[in-house]
Design a protein around this ligand. Sequence first.
Ligand code: SAH
Ligand code: SF4
Ligand code: F3S
Length: 382
Amino acid sequence: MNMKIFVRTFGCQMNVRDSELVIAQFLNNGYKLTDTIQDADVILFNTCSVRQHAEDKVWSELGRMRQLKKNKSDLIVGVIGCMAKNLENKIIERMPHVDLAVSSNDLANTYDYVEDILNKRQHIVAVDSKQRDKSFYKNLYHWDKKHCYVNISEGCSNFCSYCIVPYVRGMHRSRLADDILKEVKQLIKDKVNSITLLGQNVNDYYSKFKVEGLKVKKINFVDLLELISGIKGIKELSFVTSHPKDIDSRLFDLMVQKKNIKKYLHLPVQSGSNRILKLMNRGYTRKRYFEIIEQYRKKVPNGILATDIIVGFPTETEKDFNETLGLLKEIEFNFSYIFKYSPRPHTKAKDLVDDVSKEEKKRRHGILLSLQKDISRRKRKT
Ligand code: SAH
Ligand code: SF4
Ligand code: F3S
C-alpha cells in the first residue's frame, strides 16, 4: 500500500513553492499526497518565523500531533522551513514527538531524512546548509496546473532591522538565468500559462546568461523579466516582492511594453516616517518612495499597487504613525498588508525596547486596516 504524505504550509509564497518541491520528492518515491491529516504516514509543517504569532500557530498544531502519534506509532512528524532554522534543536527538545527539523536550505534531502528515520527511528535535525542543492529545483510538481511559481533568487542580504529572513534563509543568491529560463520553458510545455517569479527582493537579481550558448552577458532583474516575457506561450507574468531601494525605472517601461507582464507592483513601504525607515534600515526615504510611486503611476496607468506596513516599531510615536497614515491616504494602495511589530531573535531591532504597548499596536493596526478597507472597496468600484 502507498505511503501518504500531508503537508501544511505557513508563511509566504516561497514556502508554497518549497512545499511543492518537497512533495515532488515524495511523489517521485511512490508516496501519495493526502489532504486528510489522519490518513497520513508523514506529516510535514512548512513553517514561518517572521512574527511570533506565525510560530505560535505552528506550536499549537504540533501540540495536537502528540495524540495522533500515540494512536499511530509509525507516524512521522516534521518541521521544515524557517522555524526549523530559527529554533534548530529546540523544537524537538520542547516537543519530543517531533521527528524531524529541516531548514529551507536543507530541503533537497527531506525525503532521504524521512527514510532514515523510518529505518533507524532517530531524530534528525538538518539546519546547517548555507545554500540549496541545485537538484532541489529539478522537480516539477505544482498544485495549480495553470499558474506556477518560479524562484529566481534565494535568501536576502538586506538586513532590515526587524526581519529574521536573512538569518533563516541565508544571504541572497540569484539562481542562474539559464536554469530559470529552462524551468519556465518546461512549464510552458506542460501547458502552464501564468507564472509568478519569486524572490524576497526580486530587484536585486543578478546573473550571467549565455546568449545563444556563446557569449556571456551580465543581466539584472529587468533583463531577466524581458527574457522570460519573450518566451512564447506565457500569457501572464508577475513577480514578488520588489524593494524600493533597488527599483530600476526601466522596470516600469518594460511593464508597459510587454502585454504579458501583469501591471501589479508589490512595493512594501513599511513606514511613512523617515526616522523609522532609518531605524528599520530600509535604505530609502519617504520622498524617494513617493517619487517611485509617481513614476509607476505615470508610466503604468491603471497599474495595481500593493504594500506592506509595520505598526508599532520600537519608538514609533503618534507623529511617526500619522506619517504612515498620511502616506496611505495619499497613495491609496489597492492592497495593504498591515502587521504589528513583533521582536524577532537574531535581528538588530531586538535590542531596542519594544516600547509601543500591545493595545497601542492594536489601535494603530485597526486604524490602518479600516482606512485600507475603505480605499480597497472604492478602488474596486472604479
Ligand atoms: N521580502 C519582503 C517581505 C518579507 S516578510 C520584503 O522585503 O518586502 C513580509 C512582511 O512581513 C514584511 O514586508 C514586513 O512588513 C513584515 N514583517 C517582517 N518582519 C516583521 C516583524 N518582525 N514584525 C512584524 N512584521 C514583520
Ligand atoms: Fe526581510 Fe528586508 Fe529582506 Fe524583505 S528585504 S526579506 S523585509 S530583510
Ligand atoms: Fe516566513 Fe520564511 Fe517566508 S520567515 S515570510 S516563510 S521566508
